[in-house]
Design a protein around this ligand. Structure first.
Ligand code: SF4
Length: 107
């Protein structure tokens, strides 16, 4: 877990996650939600802000019940993959071309 910034807005402490582009917004939102989730486990309840400075975008992220459920489902799916005997069969997606993990999937 590597939080980009902690910031105060109107006296409220927020966890900030900075991205170069909003292209992968769902993944960025889940990353920030994971930080909020882990902090909550430590007794620290904060909201977050997803920041895309180049696009002048700022989205508040609150770890509500629905987002917690979505995150726990994703974590369970990741754990199933980690604990499996074999990795799932890779499927080419539009993201593969620029993905840093390509060597793992296609070598
Ligand atoms: S190369 Fe990256 S985006 Fe493509 S399947 Fe592998 S991990 Fe997913």
């Amino acid at each position: 877990m590597k939080i980009d910034i902690l910031k105060k807005r109107d006296g409220e402490l927020l966890v900030g996650e900075v991205k170069k582009t909003s292209k992968f917004e769902v993944a960025a939102k889940m990353q920030l939600a994971y930080y909020l989730y882990r902090l909550k486990e430590q007794g620290i309840e904060l909201d977050g802000e997803l920041l895309v400075p180049k696009e002048k975008k700022r989205e508040r992220i609150t770890l509500d019940d629905a987002l917690t459920q979505e995150l726990e489902t994703a974590i369970a799916e990741i754990e199933t993959i980690i604990n499996g005997d074999k990795p799932p069969v890779a499927e080419k997606t539009k993201y593969c071309g620029k993905c840093a993990y390509g060597d793992f999937c296609w070598s």
